[in-house]
Unconditional design. Structure first.
Length: 230
């Protein structure tokens, strides 16, 4: 059984299509790049898989279970906006997640905080953009689930922070799970991908193993440029 199955999924917003008949399948044990320019449908797709929005048509299943209340314990979603509150310290954010999610692993969170050089006593409002991204990633990756969705986890942060975030993703990635990372910053992140999905105007235009791309003589960035230059 595939970990994730989408069949002919369509989502409209005010008469426009955020997704248009999307079908795809993902197996366990991969880091997958969901690639496309801004407005291509990446966030819409992730929100639907996470159960935060509902498709107008089509079906979405995680481990064979239709997306809904029953799949919230199967998916950890890192949105492109922080989920923390301004009054929180880092330790408050961890406690909040631990209370909210039964699958939250406090020991894993402590390890990640140390790796990210985040102090439990740090106020959330005092964190730089890069440090805030590290905290959000720590919270998302500290859950024990089969599917992780990271929406633009390195958007708007400096190259040093990007490297730290990518290192954390690779370091903490479990081979029993699948991690989907959406981005338009292909050059900075392509080194971690096993598979890529290219989305344009709400449609999947390519899904392929990265190794197959390289064997054909092109890399992920070259493929991205070719597809979206047309």
């Amino acid at each position: 059984m595939s970990l994730l199955e989408l069949a002919n999924v369509t989502k409209r917003y005010k008469g426009t299509r955020g997704l248009n008949g999307v079908s795809l399948s993902l197996d366990p044990g991969k880091i997958v790049g969901l690639l496309g320019p801004n407005g291509s449908g990446k966030t819409t797709l992730m929100s639907l898989i996470a159960g935060l929005a509902h498709p107008d048509s089509g079906t979405i299943k995680v481990q064979g279970v239709p997306v809904g209340l029953a799949t919230r314990s199967l998916v950890s979603f890192l949105p492109d906006q922080p989920l923390t509150e301004p009054w929180m310290k880092v330790e408050d954010a961890v406690a909040y997640y631990a209370d909210f999610f039964a699958d939250f692993d406090r020991e894993k969170a402590r390890e990640l905080l140390s790796f990210m050089k985040l102090l439990p006593s740090d106020p959330v409002t005092a964190l730089s953009k890069g440090m805030s991204e590290r905290l959000q990633l720590t919270l998302a990756l500290s859950r024990r689930v089969p599917l992780y969705l990271l929406d633009e986890p390195i958007g708007g942060v400096d190259p040093v922070a990007r490297g730290k975030i990518l290192d954390a993703i690779v370091e903490q990635y479990s081979e029993d799970s699948t991690l989907v990372v959406s981005t338009h910053l292909v050059r900075d992140i392509e080194r971690i991908f096993d598979e890529v999905i290219l989305i344009q105007e709400g449609k999947i235009v390519l899904q392929q193993e990265v190794e197959d791309l390289r064997l054909s003589g092109v890399g992920v960035e070259e493929t991205f440029r070719e597809v979206f230059a047309e």
